[in-house]
Structures are given as structure tokens and as C-alpha cells.
Design a protein around this ligand. Structure first.
Ligand code: 3BY
Ligand code: FES
Ligand code: FE
Length: 412
């Protein structure tokens, strides 16, 4: 049923937006607009759940919570990946409260209804002869693996993900993410709206003033043609020739406003996103033969970005916890055969992005505080340095426009 007050609120908030300017305060602070983000976007679009290498064997699972929707993603006995609502079909109890684990069956802790990894209900007690367990399987959630990146979608009819798959697969397949393992994880909570977290990630305007560790390796340009970066441009030209010879795609893909994928070089002399620029692991990924490959940077709205290096992958997952609270989970992966202490050291490989995440957390939180000020007025983005935010906000406003055109609202 259409929820008119919510629709009207979104409509007037959208009407108050000015092209090229940051969003009105309500988009970062208002509870009703946050609910609209959940319905229009987080309950509707494809979300990055985690790297597939976290569940390599049958019975392995991870859980995550999308606003109020607890989800379990697992590998079944046939090796297929499945996702379910983590809510029992008896009286709804959450089935599994662990972040990850391994199990042969899913047993509800409340009254022990028991499900197979296929989601089928196979055992109950005292439900009577006429009880038909086949009518109560776990509710499935759409899930797909794109070269080892797990995406879920809570909508009944998910939007297209094949364009994204086709575009990014050639860039990331050479890094063979399925044959990696997680060596470090960080979960931080930022006191900021999820859009401020994403906006912050979509520009490097703030990098010079805030990210000394990251800038040991990262070039601040987002496109190879960026005329502002003379020296970096020369590195790009030389690397482009080398990558062409290796058959590694690097040109920016056309993801519209929905996604982005490009391979960019690191700064001269840097091999990896480490403080000394040295490789994070001795074992190169996949069948790669060169250590100096910069990184494939992939982003997909609304909740994830990734770096694929020659010897490490880093994955970032953003989940909204409230209008002013957002969880950011980062996972660092190396070759599945790499030996910690011999091929890699966790402190060495994770330091740069642990520090960078902490710096970005403070930036997003200060931004959040400022948007609550009665003196806050949307300000202009730099078209040169912040064009990826403009793309993101075009995407975002389009999602809300589509939603108020046809809100499948369950809001009270
Ligand atoms: O490296 C990243 O993930 C992004 C891209 C631009 C700025 N930011 C640090
Ligand atoms: Fe799960 Fe009762 S709620 S068995
Ligand atoms: Fe940053």
C-alpha cells in the first residue's frame, strides 16, 4: 500500500536538491528519509555481502544484517552458494547469531526446528500428524558470485546485475579472488549517514590533507586522462603499454552512475598499498607474473568498493545502521597458499587501510556533525575532483525517484 506521507516527504526533499550541490540536511539526518533509503535501495538493490573465499567448504556460512533483515549466506552440500533470511519459519527467531561458522544443519536455538543447508525444514517436534514441513522452508534471498565477490538482493525481482558482471569480470578474474583467503578483517562503526561514507570514498579531494599513509602508493587521479597529474600521467602511459602486453584490461569501463572499474598504477616505486610500498605478500594472485600492477579499483553503488592488487585484494562493505550510523567492514585477502609470517605479515599488509579507514571515519563524522548545524547549507562540489560523487548522487536520486513512482512500501 502506498505510504503517502513518506512519498510526499521524499518528493519535497528531492525537489529541494540543487544539481552540483551537496544534499539538503534531511537526507543525512531525517528518520523518514533513512527509511526510504532502506526500502528504495538496501531492500531493493544488489549489495556486496563479502568475499566468497570466506565460505570455501560445504557448511561454511557468514551472516550479515541489512537494516532489520538478518541474512545468512552459506555453501550447501552440493557446493552451491545460497542465501536465506536468518529467521525461523516457526515463530521467527533468528537462527544464527554468529558472524561466521560451519554447520551441517541450521538448528533454531528456540524450539530446535532444523533446516538442511538447502533451506528445507527437516525436523520439528510435537507439530502433529497433519503438519507439512515442506510448506515451511527458509525464505531464500537472491545471491550470486561475481568472480568470488558475493552479492545478495532482498527484492523479489532483483534489478539487473549482469551488466556489472560482464564489465568487471575481465578486470578481476586475473586476480582469481576465489583462490584467496581472508588474513585480516576490520569492522568499524562510523557516526555518519551511509551516503557521507560513500561520498567520502568517491573523491580524493581530501586525500592530500588527510591520508599520508595511503598516498605512499595511491595516485590521486581517478581517470588516466586527468590533466592535473603530469608525472602520474606519464606513469599511466608506460603502465598501459605493459598491461596491454600482459593482456590485462585497464581502461575505465562504462558503468554509468551505477558502477566503476579501472586499473590505475601506483606511485613510482610503490608495489602495494603498504607503508613502505613493498609487496604485501610474496605470493602473487592467480597466474599473475608481475608484481607491479597498480590496482583494479571497482566500485558499485550503493555499498562496496574494492582494490585488486597483484598480491592482495581489499574489500569494503558499507551497511546502514541508522540515519547517523554506518558499519564499514574491510577484508584483506592474500593467496590461499600464502603463509603468515613467511609470505606476509598482517600488520604490514593492513596498516595503510586501517589508518585510512580511521581517517575517513573522522572525516565522515565531522561532515555529519556539520550537516546538523542550523548554519549548514548545501555547497558546490568540484566538478574536477568530485565528479564521482555527482555520479553517485545522480544514481541515488534516480533510485528515490523510481521508488516514489512505484513505492512497494511496507512503511507504517
Ligand atoms: O582508493 C579508494 O578506495 C578511493 C578512491 C578515491 C579516493 N579513495 C581513497
Ligand atoms: Fe525457531 Fe521456534 S522460533 S523453533
Ligand atoms: Fe579517504
Amino acid at each position: 500500500m502506498t505510504n503517502l506521507p513518506a512519498v510526499n516527504k521524499v518528493r519535497s526533499a528531492l525537489d529541494a536538491c540543487q544539481d552540483g550541490y551537496s544534499l539538503p540536511s534531511a537526507f543525512y539526518n531525517d528518520e523518514a528519509l533513512f527509511q526510504a533509503d532502506i526500502e528504495a535501495i538496501f531492500y531493493n538493490d544488489w549489495l556486496f555481502a563479502g568475499p566468497e573465499c570466506e565460505i570455501p567448504n560445504p557448511g561454511d556460512y557468514i551472516t550479515l544484517t541489512v537494516h532489520e533483515a538478518p541474512i545468512i549466506v552459506l555453501r550447501d552440500n552440493e557446493g552451491e552458494i545460497r542465501a536465506f533470511h536468518n529467521s525461523c519459519r516457526h515463530r521467527g527467531s533468528r537462527l544464527c547469531d554468529k558472524a561466521r561458522g560451519h554447520t551441517g544443519r541450521l538448528v533454531c536455538p528456540y524450539h530446535q526446528w532444523t533446516y538442511e543447508l538447502s533451506g528445507n525444514l527437516v525436523s520439528t517436534r510435537y507439530m502433529g500428524e497433519s503438519f507439512d514441513a515442506s510448506k515451511f522452508p527458509l525464505k531464500p534471498v537472491h545471491v550470486t558470485s561475481i568472480e568470488g565477490l558475493l552479492y545478495i538482493c532482498l527484492a523479489d525481482a532483483p534489478p539487473d546485475i549482469e551488466r556489472f558482471r560482464a564489465a568487471i569480470s575481465p578486470y578481476i578474474a586475473p586476480h582469481d579472488p576465489r583462490r584467496t583467503k581472508i588474513v585480516h578483517e576490520s569492522v568499524i562503526v562510523e557516526e555518519a549517514n551511509w551516503k557521507l561514507v560513500i561520498e567520502n570514498n568517491r573523491e580524493c579531494y581530501h586525500c592530500a590533507g588527510n591520508h599520508p599513509e595511503l598516498l605512499v602508493s595511491l595516485v590521486e587521479m581517478a581517470l588516466p586522462e586527468d590533466a592535473r597529474f603530469g608525472d602520474e600521467f606519464r606513469i599511466m602511459e608506460q603502465k598501459a603499454r605493459e598491461w596491454d602486453a600482459l593482456g590485462l584490461p585497464h581502461r575505465p569501463v562504462d558503468g554509468g552512475n551505477e558502477f566503476r572499474c579501472i586499473r590505475l598504477p601506483f606511485r613510482e616505486g610503490a608495489y602495494s598499498m603498504t607503508l613502505d610500498g613493498k609487496p604485501a605478500s610474496k605470493k602473487l594472485l592467480g597466474e599473475l607474473t608481475e608484481a607491479d600492477l597498480g590496482s583494479v579499483r571497482a566500485f558499485r553503488a550503493p555499498n562496496n568498493w574494492h582494490h585488486f592488487l597483484s598480491e592482495m585484494t581489499i574489500h569494503f562493505r558499507v551497511l546502514p545502521l541508522g540515519p547517523n550510523r554506518t558499519e564499514v567492514r574491510t577484508t584483506w585477502c592474500v593467496h590461499e597458499d600464502a603463509v603468515e609470517g613467511w609470505d606476509c605479515e598482517v600488520e604490514h599488509l593492513s596498516h595503510v587501510w586501517v589508518e585510512t579507514n580511521d581517517q575517513d571515519k573522522r572525516l565522515a563524522e565531522e561532515n555529519q556533525i556539520g550537516t546538523r548545524s542550523p548554519g549548514y547549507q548545501p555547497g558546490p562540489y568540484s566538478e574536477v575532483s568530485e565528479f564521482m560523487i555527482l555520479n553517485f548522487l545522480d544514481w541515488y536520486r534516480g533510485k528515490l525517484e523510481a521508488w516514489i513512482g512505484a513505492p512497494a512500501s511496507t512503511l507504517a
